[in-house]
Design a protein around this ligand. Structure first.
Ligand SMILES: Cc1cc2nc3c(=O)[nH]c(=O)nc-3n(C[C@H](O)[C@H](O)[C@H](O)COP(=O)(O)OP(=O)(O)OC[C@H]3O[C@@H](n4cnc5c(N)ncnc54)[C@H](O)[C@@H]3O)c2cc1C
Length: 417
């Protein structure tokens, strides 16, 4: 096996906004820094489509900032294990990297939550963020009829982005109710004023598009691919013809690495102190791993983690007030877009829950916990290792996958010892 050994003061997992901010703060303060990123791009979920030529003001600022530091980065490099103290193992296309560090910053971001309903596995049913990413990468959506559904402010961004690329948005369906939505909106001026301008920008692109609260998909239809979706408002069902459904019920943190290391987790977020340090000394977390709060929160937390890991506590302290405001925003968002119970009952016995191993809801209903279900059905044991069905079984049955074993991401046999 081809393996290289590297040593740095600070290792950062991810190259999204939180990681970039952390890398800038730490390397400006004299530390040697390495970033390890699984994708071929810098920028994470939000900015990766802007790499290497950033267009938005924030991305230009941070990409430029990073390029002026001495931080090193390895792209196409996935951290798969933490085989010894202060050591990470990462897989690259050219063998493994063994990275030794003094301090570690985890900023592995989030993924979308999918809640299964009959027909959700039909071709042309996509994750909302996934479809946005594809469209940003010039996948053609012009002239297509797209229904956007699920929950959270991301739906606005997705619908607006697809529309400016020429798609017809036939409906945007938000599962939360109008009152919760309005209460969340009323908190924006205080907690995240920058989001108001963003919301106005998206709204201006969505004039004429129907946005319904208390509305969610119950079934997708099509013989070979999606043709229509049945929506409900809990009282009445109606069918909407469409070519694509872009659907996600919020975001969930990628907790595999913090779990593998043994960091304390509270309510699906890594527990951190005022300096972003986890329950493990010298291990920090930033960005969406500590709570879903958006880009500004990720940048602030990244800076705090980078400064604290570099020993600049006074500077880190100055950012804590801003971070507290974003923490309140995170809580307001979680409350405003809490998932309604009806969504957890959409799957009938034939609905596939684990699409890697073709396991249905009916098969899973025979078990009391995920371990037994896994052993008998292979649910969560396919290539995605429960990253998709894990959220669904947790929400539907209350089963949590707490057993994390390396490699935390699929790796080539030849790269495993
Ligand atoms: C599909 C999707 C779409 C989104 N769209 C929007 C949007 O339009 N607007 C908005 O405000 N917010 C959006 N968000 C939220 C957005 O992710 C955050 O606001 C912001 O990007 C958070 O930054 P981060 O650095 O915490 O995480 P991310 O930007 O997610 O960066 C985490 C990085 O870590 C890398 N990584 C993960 N695991 C490993 C590993 N084991 N080894 C190496 N690298 C790893 C990932 O590839 C990723 O690049 C979206 C989120 C998702 C999931």
């Amino acid at each position: 096996m081809n393996e290289k050994l590297l040593e740095f003061d600070i290792a950062i997992v991810g190259a999204g906004p939180a990681s970039i901010a952390a890398a800038c703060a730490a390397s400006e303060n004299g530390k040697t820094v390495v970033m390890l990123e699984t994708s071929p791009w810098f920028g994470g979920q939000l900015w990766r489509s802007e790499f290497p030529r950033a267009k938005t003001r924030q991305a230009i600022k941070w990409f430029t900032h990073l390029s002026e530091t001495s931080a090193k980065a390895f792209l196409n490099t996935t951290v798969i294990d933490a085989p010894a103290e202060n050591t990470l193992l990462a897989e690259t296309s050219d063998g493994n990297l063994r990275v030794k560090y003094d301090k570690l910053i985890l900023a592995t971001g989030t993924r979308e939550i999918f809640l299964p309903f009959p027909g959700w596995t039909l071709p042309n049913v996509y994750g909302a963020g996934a479809m946005q990413a594809l469209a940003k990468a010039d996948w053609p959506v012009e002239g297509k009829r797209i229904a956007v559904a699920g929950s959270g402010p991301l739906l606005f961004a997705v619908a607006a982005n697809l529309r400016i690329r020429g798609a017809t948005i036939v409906l945007t369906a938000e599962q939360t109710d109008l009152m919760s939505f309005l209460k969340f909106g009323m908190k924006l001026p205080l907690l995240a004023p920058s989001k108001i301008l963003q919301a106005i920008k998206y709204q201006s692109r969505l004039i004429g598009v129907t946005y319904k609260t208390s509305c969610w998909p119950v079934e997708a239809y099509g013989s070979e691919q999606l043709e229509s979706v049945m929506f409900t408002n809990g009282k009445r069902n109606w069918k909407v013809d469409c070519d694509y459904l872009a659907c996600a019920f919020g975001l969930t943190a990628n907790l595999e690495l913090p779990r593998l290391l043994g960091c304390k987790i509270n309510h699906d977020a890594v527990f951190v102190d005022d300096f972003q340090q986890t329950s493990l000394k010298g291990v920090y977390c930033a960005g969406e791993l500590t709570g879903i709060g958006g880009i500004d929160s990720a940048l602030t937390e990244g800076q705090i983690a980078g400064l604290a890991a570099a020993g600049k506590m006074k500077q880190a302290k100055k950012l804590r007030r801003t971070r507290r405001r974003y923490n309140k925003f995170e809580k307001a968002m979680a409350k405003g877009f809490a998932l309604r119970r009806e969504l957890l009952k959409l799957a009938d016995d034939e609905t596939i829950i684990c699409r890697c191993e073709d396991v249905t809801a009916g098969q899973l209903r025979e078990f009391d916990d995920w371990k037994s279900a896994k052993l008998q059905t292979r649910c969560g044991m396919g290539p995605c290792q429960g990253r998709i069905c894990g959220c669904a079984v947790k929400e539907m049955f209350g089963w949590e996958n707490l057993s994390i074993r390396p490699p935390v991401y699929p790796a080539k046999m030849k790269n495993l010892e």
